[in-house]
Design a protein around this ligand. Structure first.
Ligand SMILES: NC(=O)c1ccc[n+]([C@@H]2O[C@H](COP(=O)([O-])OP(=O)(O)OC[C@H]3O[C@@H](n4cnc5c(N)ncnc54)[C@H](OP(=O)(O)O)[C@@H]3O)[C@@H](O)[C@H]2O)c1
Length: 392
């Protein structure tokens, strides 16, 4: 029997992550002409969330898949808190022990450090454009300087020249949304390489971006967004640059070092006999989820506002997370990898045409930031590896 196709979805217990898990299974079996098996591994932050997600997903699949396809799906789970590097390390070990090869990873989990709405800004933005205010809300007030807090114990006594606080600082939104994923992928890199000789395509890493990316929120001097008033948008802009910059000649040396499996996990790995994974980026348009916790009346008003935007002709107000999952899943399963890479793709829909995938403009200056950003990400990864696995 052929080995199964393995798909990993982070933050799969709710919203877009759960919808991606549902949709990738349905579309995989729609397109599948052989008798391949599919393993979908959901990452969550607790066993209870995983159990609930798997129970709901099983019920969903029972009504949507044929008996034969249903028996060819395996639902697994793994606990990861992406803002804890200790948790990321132990999940990486577990993943590498479990799966010799992982074909798709959806880097979906994310937080918005939302604190409140700035009503004055909201009124101003709504006055200048309703759809714009419901698409790119600039009135979300976020927690500035929010750091991850679980790493102090890791820090060994420092030399007088190294400040403890500098090493322990990891911006919380940056870590959950980007760096936790980035570090995890490197640690499981061996499983993401495909054999050079076979027909096997490279593994696909689908990063979830956002239509809210905005170069004005991103500062190359503060990639972790610690000083930013918009750490969420900063992390999503960074994701655009990281992914689209991964294929540029100027980042080649960083991408090669990043995609070389770590020595301690794969001592006999032969790089020249394999193909590294490909970074891709998609966003779900605008969907209704709990990523920003609002009082019930604001949640209702938000959905009515989304429907109104759709009525006014906005292609981005998908509302239903399952529709939002269209572009990410399409990137994972598209037979035209060469055509889809290098662009940002979004899920869209309208009353007339239903669902579609749209190329999305990226405003960040990818070419001028990519090399420096990749260099900084690699430095940070190497620093954290040395903290987590002290060298003798
Ligand atoms: N909603 C939108 O309109 C929209 C628009 C553009 C892009 N997106 C993107 O879509 C993705 C999913 O967001 P969503 O709207 O579906 O929100 P959501 O329902 O809140 O899902 C976020 C998921 O990420 C998980 N998560 C958060 N912090 C984590 C951490 N430190 N470690 C591990 N998992 C963590 C959450 O787990 P818990 O349940 O444990 O908190 C949850 O499963 C995000 O990348 C977001 O930026 C959403």
């Amino acid at each position: 029997m052929d080995p199964p196709i393995v798909t990993l979805v982070t933050g799969a217990n709710s919203g877009l992550g759960y919808a991606i898990a549902c949709r990738v299974i349905l579309e995989f079996f729609d397109q599948c002409t052989s008798n391949h098996r599919l393993v979908v591994c959901l990452t969550t932050r607790s066993h209870e969330k995983a159990r609930t997600a798997i129970a709901n997903l099983t019920t969903f699949l029972t009504s949507r898949l044929s008996k034969d396809a249903f028996h060819r799906v395996q639902l697994d789970h793994i606990i990861i808190d992406l803002s804890s590097m200790v948790s990321v390390m132990s999940a990486a070990t577990e993943l590498q022990n479990r799966y010799p090869r992982i074909h798709h990873v959806f880097c979906n989990a994310a937080v918005i450090p939302f604190t409140r709405i700035d009503w004055l800004k909201a009124i101003r933005q709504f006055a200048t454009g309703f759809v714009d205010a419901m698409t790119v809300p600039r009135y979300k007030v976020q927690n500035i300087g929010w750091l991850t807090d679980s790493h102090q114990a890791l820090l060994r006594p420092q030399s007088p020249s190294t400040k403890k606080s500098t090493l322990s600082e990891l911006g919380a939104a940056f870590t959950a949304n980007v760096f936790g994923h980035y570090f995890l992928l490197h640690e499981i890199m061996q499983t993401l390489h495909s054999p050079m000789s076979s027909q096997d395509e490279p593994s696909r890493i689908i990063w979830i971006g956002s239509i809210e990316s905005d170069p004005l929120t991103f500062n190359i001097e503060d990639v972790q967004g610690i000083k930013s008033t918009k750490p969420y948008e900063s992390s999503k802009t960074l994701t655009d640059i990281l992914v689209l910059g991964s294929q540029l000649p100027e980042t080649e040396k960083y991408f090669r070092s990043y995609t070389t499996p770590p020595q301690d996990r794969a001592p006999n790995f032969q790089l020249q006999k394999t193909k590294p994974p490909v970074f891709l980026i998609a966003h779900p348009g605008i969907i209704s989820t709990e990523i920003v916790a609002l009082p019930w009346w604001q949640s209702r008003a938000k959905i009515i506002g989304f429907l109104f935007c759709k009525f006014l002709g906005s292609p981005w107000h998908c509302i239903d997370p399952f529709i939002g999952a269209n572009a990410p899943v399409w990137l994972a399963l598209s037979p035209h990898l060469e055509m889809v890479k290098g662009f940002k793709w979004g899920s869209g829909c309208n009353w007339k045409n239903g669902e579609f995938v749209l190329e999305t403009r990226v405003d960040a200056d990818v070419t001028s930031h990519a090399s420096r950003l990749w260099g900084q990400m690699e430095d940070l990864r190497i620093l954290w590896k040395s903290l987590l696995v002290p060298q003798p």
